[in-house]
Design a protein around this ligand. Structure first.
Ligand code: FAD
Ligand code: SF4
Length: 506
């Protein structure tokens, strides 16, 4: 029996379930740099390099281990436009008994692969991706019957089930969550760890040149390219994070500083998402660092919560909610995405900084995504689907199962509160407290409604006013609406007028 095993660009794990099912002599592995995949959103060019170079390294490692690999490159004579076309070509060249693959990370591809059995008249085996801690069944069993899905309760179950940071059946240190010790602003003279940089090898250099040639007008800078593209490189990035940044990760998790894109963040999401690092291994190493006294518990717990809590939780929601989740639009927001999301060309210093570093590095940390680019889009009434396509394009770690719930649910509240208990709307005061952006901004963060006032200030109240029918009943927003109600009519109107001018300027 010969199987055809399709391995996708975010499935670069030797222990992948579909690979485990087949012996080297009984299967051909198919890997495809499909042109449709590089082009269905306007991906950052660094992201294209990262995935393609990691794929080429993975294919070489498979071959070195005795596997037969059919590999289609983007720069070959007749590249494949899609996975379906690559399978057609494989079947024309050879007869296979089955097609085997590990489930993909998005509905669009799931639908394409679900049609293959009929199309190719062959058994198609799609196996569950067990690189996640929580299976689909486990998540659905947890979610079933709950009126609201809240990450914190899910997270505690994942702690119990994995045993991470547990002393018997009690949370290590006595608490489940140490966030009260986290989330401090950072001083700009604070010692910052240098970010990890792998330095491109010859293969990555070749891919950079190819991407430069194929996508001359593509989004984002190609250099400097600092990401690792192999398991060993990703392991070095993990070690760098644990020794250099983890200790202060929790404390400064939400801080933002001009010219300092990475702070104490790990930059490990992309490696976990494409399979170069195993999330459980990462978490165990973080726990070991705490147990051996190298890092405080607030950082270790904060980090592990992001991975076994948020990362697994958003995935569960993505698959549970179905393919239409990315089209949810609870506030019926219709405004087009402003051009400056692509260019960074705006007088708002916070947005210009977050988008500028996104263009350069294909990276922004969570609070920049949530409270700068995300909050602005939310309070300005930007179409959440357009924003979803933007987030899916511009970050090195962007794959739909994780990007979409973060954008549609957490950041835009477009799912009506399924994932978040209240919208992440905020005035400029939040950004001013957590960053040094406002000091150099053309707008005045203390001014609420004047011509130079920070746009976030008026848009915040205008958003709450526009969506009062939907949001007034939210218990977490009760005090905010009471403040709005206590304002004079003139003051409320001044907010509306200034917001109208800001929106007209977009
Ligand atoms: P760290 O700050 O070091 O965090 C540690 C790890 O925890 C991350 O590597 C990541 O694996 C995990 N994590 C943290 N927060 C989340 C979260 N909310 N959801 C899932 N995992 C989380 N993350 C992606 O991996 N891909 C995306 O496409 C993506 N899109 C996002 C879009 C929006 C609008 C928002 C608000 C968040 C998004 N996130 C996404 C989550 C988070 O911002 C990134 O995981 C994080 O910034 C990656 O950088 P890091 O590795 O330095 O993370
Ligand atoms: Fe952003 Fe407003 Fe601060 Fe300017 S003043 S950086 S627009 S929050």
């Amino acid at each position: 029996m010969t199987d055809l095993v399709l391995v996708l660009g975010d499935q670069l794990t030797p222990d992948l379930p579909s690979l485990r099912q087949t012996a080297p002599g009984d299967a051909d592995i198919l890997m495809v740099e499909a042109s449709r995949e590089t082009g269905y959103v306007w991906h950052h060019r660094k992201k294209i390099v990262f995935v393609l170079s990691a794929m080429r390294h993975f294919a070489a490692a498979l071959e070195a281990s005795g596997r037969r690999v059919i590999y289609h490159r983007l720069d070959q004579d007749k590249p494949c436009s899609s996975f379906t076309e690559a399978v057609e070509r494989a079947l024309a060249a050879h007869s296979y008994d089955r097609i085997i693959l590990t489930e993909p990370g998005e509905w669009r591809l799931r639908k394409e692969f679900d049609g293959w059995q009929d199309r190719f008249d062959l058994p198609v085996v799609i196996v569950e991706d067990d690189r996640f801690i929580c299976s689909h069944d486990r998540f659905n069993a947890w979610a079933e019957g709950r009126k609201q899905l809240r990450m914190e309760y899910f997270y505690r179950e994942m702690r119990r089930e994995t045993g991470l940071l547990m002393d018997g059946d009690k949370p290590a240190g006595g608490r489940w969550n140490y966030d009260t010790e986290n989330r401090k602003p950072a001083a700009d003279d604070l010692f910052m760890p240098a970010p990890f940089s792998a330095g491109p090898d010859a293969e990555t250099r070749a891919v950079i040149d190819m991407v430069a040639k194929h996508f001359p007008d593509g989004f984002g800078d190609l250099e400097p390219f600092r990401f690792a593209v192999t398991p060993d490189g990703a392991e070095a990035a993990l070690e760098h994070f644990i020794s250099e940044s983890l200790a202060d990760f929790g404390t400064y998790q939400d801080a933002m500083l001009r010219g300092t894109p990475f702070l104490h963040h790990s930059l490990l999401s992309a490696y976990m998402n494409i399979g170069l690092l195993d999330p459980m291994t990462v978490c165990r190493r973080v726990e070991d660092a705490w147990r051996s006294g190298r890092v405080p518990i607030n950082s270790a717990e904060g980090y592990i919560r992001q991975v076994i809590g948020w990362r697994e939780f958003v995935r569960g929601i993505y698959w549970r909610e179905g393919a239409d989740y990315v089209h949810r639009n609870a506030f019926d927001a219709r405004r087009a995405l402003p051009d400056f999301y692509w260019t960074g060309d705006t007088a708002m210093a916070c947005l210009s900084e977050a988008i500028g570093q996104t263009r350069r590095e294909a990276y922004a940390h969570h609070i920049q995504r949530l409270m700068v680019t995300g909050t602005f889009a939310l309070i300005a009434g930007i179409d959440p689907h357009a924003l979803h396509e933007w987030y899916l394009a511009v970050y090195i770690d962007a794959f739909e199962w994780v990007e979409a719930p973060n954008t549609i649910g957490m950041s835009q509240f477009a799912d009506g509160g399924l994932l978040a208990s209240k919208p992440y709307a905020a005035s400029g005061a939040y950004i001013n407290r957590m960053s040094d952006y406002c000091g150099d901004c053309r707008y005045n963060v203390k001014d609420r409604t004047g011509p130079d006032s920070c746009p976030f200030n008026s848009l915040y109240w205008d958003f709450l006013d526009r969506n009062a029918d939907t949001l007034r009943g939210n218990p977490r927003l009760g005090p905010v609406y009471r403040n709005w109600d206590r304002m004079t009519d003139d003051k409320r109107q001044a907010y509306r007028d200034r917001a109208r001018d800001v929106l007209a300027d977009l």
